[in-house]
Design a protein around this ligand. Structure first.
Ligand code: SF4
Ligand code: SF4
Length: 183
């Protein structure tokens, strides 16, 4: 079901399309799936990196690495440890959960970014996480929940464009990070 985006302070409109089975109720039962969503490569926007630095006082090199995927949308990703994200804790919780600095893509759970279709009004296609044990549990996903997803989507696409501008100028990811964190 597509949601028509409204203009926001970024001056950017996007559409968000949820592909796959509809999700009516959901709660993240990460202890049951052992945080399955946190075991895949997770792209970071420059905004995410700055927020994490501010919240944790960690240097970017402690948690950022380069993607191993050929030609990813976001070349900077979360470091991994023991088969999962570096912020994944022993009990499968997220060390960033109460910091307000979770990366944008993590805030979109239980939806995973499938693709962005570029256009003047881009479309973000998201897909419910496969075999999520949280479906059918927890609260009904109200319109406000989807509005939040859409807001994160707008921020994400805006950040993606920022990275692409650098890449089009031939600036390497490490240099992008250096320049951005100086400001
Ligand atoms: S969204 Fe679902 S699959 Fe992903 S970590 Fe939460 S419970 Fe697990
Ligand atoms: S930052 Fe937190 S929610 Fe995101 S992948 Fe890492 S552990 Fe999971």
């Amino acid at each position: 079901m597509p949601w028509l985006a409204e203009d926001d302070a970024l001056g950017l409109s996007i559409m968000v399309m949820v592909a796959g089975e509809p999700v009516e109720r959901w709660r993240c039962n990460y202890q049951v799936c052992q945080a399955a969503c946190c075991r895949i490569e997770r792209g970071l926007t420059l905004l995410d990196i700055k927020e994490i630095v501010k919240a944790t006082r960690k240097a970017p090199q402690e948690f950022v690495t380069l993607s191993t995927v050929e030609g990813p949308s976001l070349p900077l990703v979360l470091k991994r440890r023991g088969g999962g994200c570096i912020f994944l804790e022993q009990d499968h919780g997220c060390a960033l959960h109460n910091t307000g600095a979770k990366p944008l893509l993590c805030r979109m759970y239980p939806f995973l970014l499938s693709r962005i279709i570029p256009a003047d009004e881009p479309m973000m296609v998201i897909t419910p996480a496969a075999d999520c044990p949280g479906y059918g549990t927890g609260p009904v996903l109200e319109k406000s929940f989807m509005n939040e997803i859409r807001r994160y989507g707008r921020l994400y696409v805006n950040e993606l464009r920022r990275i692409l501008r650098y890449r089009n100028q031939g600036v390497e990811p490490k240099e992008i990070l250096r320049r951005e964190l100086q400001t």
